[in-house]
Write a protein that binds this ligand. Structure first.
Ligand code: GLN
Length: 447
């Protein structure tokens, strides 16, 4: 009730939630009360959570931030949603996002941009900007997000919260609307690493309905929270502290690193030489996969259909012309182009090869250090409109996050102070494959 009241008061200005269902939330809360009274509670029973509107939730409108799905009611629960439901968590509603998760500022949402709770002129980051703003403004104690090139970590950094993108395959993508399937991964967004660990205990684990879900022993993600840091070797990639990083973000990250040294960690210089190729490679591979995934939105099977048309082809064309926004169309056109006969070898195949080199950079780095740290984003939150007219400058805001998705590694963002304009700064922590529990411990010791 208290969170719903806060949402009611603050969401009209923030636009963090796109769909609320108070009756359903209160019914789930009453069921959780009954479960607690019966002595059958799980650790998170009764705790409210907000879900990014990319996750299908049975009976809930699920829009993915698009006019294309404005009227789509999901007929089943995503794996992540069913896990949280089974744990007795109370769903507060669905959060706003960039259309089909394509964006870094929430400005591509069909439902209007989310405001950054720290400053109404500032973007909240994207694409999980609604989830980030909801947690930052205390409209929800926890939220789900997805990260294809930075969409959990970058909005977490820009709103001063904690977010984790797990190793690819650790959290099932079943029922999560696909953007770029080889990069998409769901993860928790919350106030602290400890809360993220508790959420991971619920959302991680094998699911046979996702062919890329990994079968691994059950983990307790809280197991490392109290692990001391003495002797920890932190790698600092020189490419992450170079030209393009704003001075105030660099200074906040340095202050955090000094704190880690006080806690007994050592820092070593490392290099990830192919960093500069990660954005061009991503903007071949992600649009290629998106162009394929989004072909299912044809006016027949899901959501929007253009009201007037002459024949089937005309219906497809008008539906897609009217249903998708311009960033989504840009990606579909790029993706279709790089996959087309004659260009496939020059772009798609090349990008796949460089993706491997980027992963090998990390393999080499983890021979010299236990964990990697750097900034999550090159600057604090920028203003609305500042990058919206220039896609390439928008794409560059993910320069430090994208390589992690290409390599399928886990990465997180932890708040580490404020920039010159008083807006939050995020420290990025990158771990080796399946090192989520270690990373959460490293973050918790600092927090
Ligand atoms: N900003 C990047 C993009 O627009 C990443 C988005 C994401 O991680 N979903 O594609």
């Amino acid at each position: 009730q208290s969170y719903l009241e806060r949402i009611h008061a603050l969401n009209p200005a923030l636009n963090a939630f796109v769909t609320l269902n108070q009756a359903s939330s209160l019914a789930e809360a009453r069921a959780a009360d009954a479960r607690i009274a019966a002595g059958a509670a799980a650790p998170l029973t009764g705790i409210p959570i907000a879900h990014k509107d990319i996750f299908c939730a049975d009976g809930w409108r699920t829009t993915c931030g698009s006019k294309m799905l404005d009227n789509f009611i999901a007929p089943y629960d995503a794996h992540v949603i069913s896990r949280f439901r089974a744990a007795g968590m109370v769903s507060l509603g669905k959060t706003n996002m960039d259309e089909f998760a394509m964006g870094s500022s929430n400005e591509t949402s069909y439902f209007g941009a989310v405001k950054n709770p720290w400053d109404a002129d500032a973007v909240p980051g994207g694409s999980s900007g609604g989830s980030a703003a909801a947690v930052a403004a205390r409209l929800a104690p926890a939220a789900t997000g997805t990260d294809t090139g930075g969409s959990i970590r970058q909005p977490a950094a820009l709103t001063g919260i904690t977010g984790l993108k797990p190793t690819y395959g650790v959290v099932s993508r079943y029922g999560m609307i696909a953007f770029a399937s080889s990069l998409d991964q769901a993860g928790p967004m919350a106030k602290s690493a400890e809360d993220c660990a508790l959420l991971m205990n619920v959302m991680a684990g094998f699911d046979e309905r996702d062919s890329t879900s990994l079968e691994r022993p059950d983990e307790d993600y809280t197991r490392n929270l109290d692990q001391p840091l003495a002797g920890l070797k932190i790698g600092l990639p020189r490419e992450y502290f170079a030209e393009g990083l704003s001075a105030d973000v660099g200074a906040a990250v340095e202050t955090a690193l000094a704190e880690y040294r006080k806690l007994g960690a050592k820092t070593v210089d490392i290099s990830l030489p192919n960093t500069r190729l990660s954005i061009p490679v991503y903007y071949v591979l992600a649009p290629a996969e998106a162009s394929t995934n989004l072909s299912r939105f044809d006016g027949v099977r899901y959501g929007y259909r253009a009201p007037d048309y002459t024949d089937l082809t005309d219906m497809y064309q008008k539906t897609r012309a009217q249903g998708f926004g311009s960033e989504v169309k840009r990606r579909i056109m790029i993706g279709t182009y790089v996959l087309s006969h004659g260009y496939y070898d020059a772009y798609y195949m090349q990008a796949q090869k460089i993706r491997r080199l980027i992963a090998q950079d990390f393999d080499a780095a983890f021979k010299q250090c236990d964990i990697i740290m750097g900034p999550t984003a090159p600057s604090t939150a920028f203003n609305f409109g500042e990058k919206a007219g220039d896609p390439v400058s928008m794409y560059l805001s993910d320069i430090y996050t994208i390589a992690v998705n290409l390599a399928r590694l886990p990465g997180m963002s932890v708040p580490c102070g404020f920039g010159a304009n008083g807006r939050p700064v995020g420290l990025q922590i990158i771990g080796n494959y399946f090192a989520e529990a270690e990373m959460l411990g490293v973050a918790h010791q600092y927090q």
